[in-house]
Design a protein around this ligand. Sequence first.
Ligand code: TTJ
Length: 680
Amino acid sequence: MSEDIKNTAVENEYGADQIQILEGLEAVRKRPGMYIGTTASRGLHHLVYEIVDNAVDEALAGYCDTIDVTINEDNSVTVTDNGRGIPVGINHKAGIPAVEVVFTVLHAGGKFGGGGYKVSGGLHGVGASVVNALSEWLEVQIYHEGSVYQQRYERGHVCYPLKEVGTCEAQKTGTTVTFLPDKEIFTETTEFDFDVLKRRLREMAFLTKGLRIILRDSRRPSEQEGVDDLEKKQIEELLQRAGAEPPKQEAPKQRVAQFHYEGGIKEFVAYLNKSKAALYESILYFEGTKNGVYVEVAFQHNDSYNESVFSFVNNINTPEGGTHLVGFRNAMTKTFNDYARNNKLLKDSEPNLSGEDIREGLTAIISVKIEDPQFEGQTKQKLGNSEARNAVDGIVSEQLTYYLEQNPTVAKTICEKSILAQRAREAARKARDLTRRKTALDNMTLPGKLADCSDKDPKNCEIYIVEGDSAGGSAKNARSQATQAILPLRGKILNVEKARLDKIYGNAEIKAMITAFGTGIHEDFDITKLRYNKIILMTDADVDGAHISTLLLTFLYRFMPELIKKGHVYLAKPPLFKLEKNQKVWYAYNEEELDRILQEVGRDQNNKIQRYKGLGEMDAEQLWETTMDPERRILLRVNYDEEMESEIDLTFTTLMGDKVEPRKEFIEENAKFVKNLDIW
Ligand code: TTJ
């Protein structure tokens, strides 16, 4: 092997191939967006996933059981696996070591080894060479047959031919890659967010049973993504309300997270259901290979009314579903109807259970691994392979039928829940038809409480959803009447996580929002009918306000997710402090800002500082100046990170669910979310 490498050193001059390689990586640097989507924070984190995906492939092939990811002090990242090691021998086609091909030739991933499923080179998979091209420097070490090999690259350029740099125990094998993202490319930020990496790596571990993934943050505590002082105060407040002791002040320590799930997606379902009451103890799990598609499905019902079904192809979330999801739904509907009929749980006179009835309160993961996934649809995110539909349908139908026969108690529980859902759905349909007929007759009567704007072009219009009638009154006086509509809501709105459809449709506040927005909901949803370009939630800057915002967001998320996905939903940010001095007024939106202002104007005796507890303490003029004037206000746009949709679901179910313990834990872990609901 080292013989080969020496030869390479001589031959590795600038040939035609070499020039082509450099042109390829130069193209990546010229248009990074084409390869990683964005050079903002999300693209930065994609670099890590890209490298980790290669190690996960080695785990899927059965040769690696541990992956270690470390954020180093200089913000470079090291990924280590204990696989076979990237081959160091000469690749005959390229005339250079295979490892050099992996890091310098575009789309070289997946060409080695052959067979098996690869998560790298999947939907986002662009190959390790793209990471190399976008890194200030990248180093790889390979442990193989007692030797350690190494190569370094700078902005994609080879610094020296692959060389042997030392020895190791003969049995030790593996690959270590360290890279520093290029500040010339990632101009917005090169700072890794521990929590973002943690969420994705946890998901990867759930999806690859048996694999251990460790994440460490070796940066100095001050540089680690932390919780600022204001956030700390808010968490303490929330925790006290939840009945917990105030948190002890602990010395900062190196952050480490470790994920290892022998049960794989079965444990994923348990994790998603942890804040809910399960309807039965077991989590059903089916696995098999058919038509070359490896299928895993896990599910469990809970007592809620929502469907939380997440599908994956080659470990990548498919929020738009596709053939694998269709196969799953078909199998569920068919198998449960057959069972219910055969066992007389459903009378001959009664109609079939609908798929939705069976999926009420269902938490499920569908994960398929497929060698050549085809993605369709506008955003190329929907799985199109028809063999995936047949594989999932076949495996679930067969194994679920058997399971239900063996477990009649579970079978009966699910059927009974579905029959209740069927009846409630029927009642809801009647209630909805009534409101529909009424609105049709009244030519879309807008809610009485709505103070609408006069401009009729939705592009120019915004609607403020305001907590309480008194704040609503101020907002009505303050607004710019042409473009700003105000809809005051009374008190806390219905928690849609805990109510069935018929009750939800009967709720006045919810009906008011639905008619005001104009879009309809669920299957009737039509974004072209949206009457306002911005939907702005304006609540008090305290814990109750945050709770009301969360209730409103939960409603929007469950009933009109497109509004969030398309960026129409915002949170208004009222100021926390007002400072008066010599007839001049300043507003501060957080404590640091107040400090800064005090620094500027001097900390005098006669400073008058008012801490706003609610919107009601501001008169119309103040409300306009601070929170509603488009020139001066602060709006937080609510984001929807489709890549982590299971985490979003967990956020809502945890914050809105019945169980207190998971909620406390969640608030402690996700302080940032509580402060700025737009961050996940
Ligand atoms: C390919 O087939 C022969 C044996 O080695 C297989 C391989 O490439 N294994 C492999 C690649 N293990 N780990 C990697 C890898 C690990 C990291 C962290 C980064 C990259 C680009 C590859």
